[in-house]
Design a binder for this molecule. Structure first.
Ligand SMILES: Cc1cc2nc3c(=O)[nH]c(=O)nc-3n(C[C@H](O)[C@H](O)[C@H](O)COP(=O)(O)OP(=O)(O)OC[C@H]3O[C@@H](n4cnc5c(N)ncnc54)[C@H](O)[C@@H]3O)c2cc1C
Length: 400
């Protein structure tokens, strides 16, 4: 007999976007199911540095860009959740740092003084007294000035678990899609959606809305949709990790002369208790055409130049490539904000930043209300034998 489940909303993708949305929909009594084809958070989400940007990073050329304005209120939304007064209770999620720091190496400090003064005037950026510098800069050899930004850094791995744990019974591991698993009519209405967890019998998922928040995985559906303008872009990075033989927690953007920070460092504790510096920014964008060996060499040189008083000779290094998946932009650059396309009974969405996940979910809920999609059904019995996906391991514990 054909196995069928009936629900209000089928969420495809268990990264930050899908997990946040699942929480919000269940709070509003929508019937919902989340399908994940790999590990929870194991796409981009668990590779995020966990910075809840307030947009200053995007204003580094001294002008307030549309990207700055779009993201400006996100720290407040997240802070409310972290203090138990927001849309989702995140009191269990560790805040790794209440500030993100900004600094320029000694040789650039004078050149960038005017630029930093301009940022300070806009608020949120504050020049620090030496006694308040992060510990790594409390060294006589450090000649620069450190500023602080009101941007928190979260433990993303705990965040993902916190969002998934209350809803384990409606999160299922499925096989990745195959063209035959979905059917659209000529108006792009999804007429058939099948979930598979080989070797179990296939289950048809009937939902009022199918929401694809599958990151790079959204591309498979886009190909079937044949939408005239909707396409996906990938912006690749080669991130670097260094496991240190010292303990200097650092959450900071190192400024160079360009608009992207020369290096953005966050700090995490690996399973063996050692500290990991996780490095993105310009080094990871420019590193996409380098071999891992070259990228590590460049990272070592950069670190030695920026922190000549530290000894990196015993540190372990690793790199990995990852794509940021987003809606295609005419210039191929970063979209200013999150993205949702509502097509018949399907939505395709990308948060484009972890920080935007709350805003993305609220916008989706608003769109559902506008279409009069209200809570009706949640009969998931036919999925009872489907397994739950595991959580992705922190990326440094996979590679270092
Ligand atoms: C290195 C790096 C650092 C970052 N740092 C930050 C930061 O500090 N702050 C910030 O705000 N943002 C940051 N970002 C951006 C942020 O990580 C992403 O915008 C966000 O995680 C995307 O979430 P998502 O849920 O859309 O996608 P993903 O996390 O990629 O999740 C998609 C999920 O869908 C699943 N999937 C794919 N295909 C299918 C299928 N067919 N069926 C079922 N499931 C499927 C995948 O397995 C995956 O689990 C960073 C990104 C990168 C790459």
């Amino acid at each position: 007999m054909k196995q069928v489940v009936n629900t209000d909303i089928a969420i495809i993708g268990g990264g930050i976007a899908g997990l946040w949305l699942l929480n919000r929909l269940r709070q509003l009594n929508y019937g919902a199911v989340l399908l994940e084809s790999d590990t929870l958070g194991g796409g981009q989400s668990h590779k995020a540095q966990g910075i809840i940007h307030g947009g200053m990073k995007y204003a580094l050329q001294g002008v307030l860009t549309p990207a700055t304005q779009a993201i400006a209120d996100m720290p407040e939304v997240w802070n409310a959740c972290l203090s138990g007064k927001g849309l989702i209770d995140l009191q269990q999620v560790p805040v790794l740092s209440t500030k993100q720091y900004l600094w320029a190496p000694g040789s650039l400090t004078a050149k960038l003084a005017g630029f930093f003064a301009g940022l300070a005037l806009k608020g949120n950026v504050e020049a620090l007294d030496k006694k308040d510098y992060p510990s790594v800069f409390q060294h006589a050899a450090f000649k620069g000035q450190v500023y602080s930004l009101d941007e928190i850094v979260l433990d993303v791995n705990v965040l993902l678990r916190t969002l998934a744990m209350p809803y384990q019974e409606i999160i299922y591991k499925v096989d990745a899609f195959h063209d035959t698993h979905t059917q659209f009519d000529d108006k792009n209405h999804l007429t058939y959606f099948q979930a598979n967890a080989t070797p179990l019998p296939a289950v048809e998922i009937k939902a009022q809305k199918y929401i694809f928040v599958a990151g790079e995985g959204n591309e498979v559906i886009l190909k079937q949709l044949k939408h005239p303008v909707l396409n996906m872009q990938r912006r690749p990075l080669q991130m670097v990790m260094m496991k240190a033989n010292f303990t200097y927690p650092l959450y900071a953007h190192c400024m160079g002369l360009g608009a992207t920070p020369r290096m953005t460092i966050t700090s995490h504790i690996a399973h063996d208790g050692k500290m990991v510096w996780y490095m993105g920014g310009q080094i990871s964008e420019e590193g996409v055409n380098r071999s891992p060996h070259e990228q590590i060499q460049i990272a070592k040189n950069e670190l030695q130049e920026l922190f000549p008083w530290l000894d990196f000779s015993a540190a372990e290094f690793a790199t990995f490539f990852v794509n940021r998946a987003e809606p295609l932009q005419p210039d191929g650059k970063r979209p200013d904000s999150f993205f949702i396309k509502n097509i018949e009974n399907t939505m395709i969405a990308w948060p484009t930043k972890l920080a935007f996940a709350p805003k993305l979910a609220e916008e989706i809920i608003q769109l559902l209300a506008e279409e009069n999609i209200t809570p009706k059904a949640n009969d998931l019995y036919a999925l009872r034998a489907f397994p739950m996906p595991t959580f992705a391991k922190p990326i440094w514990d996979q590679l270092l």
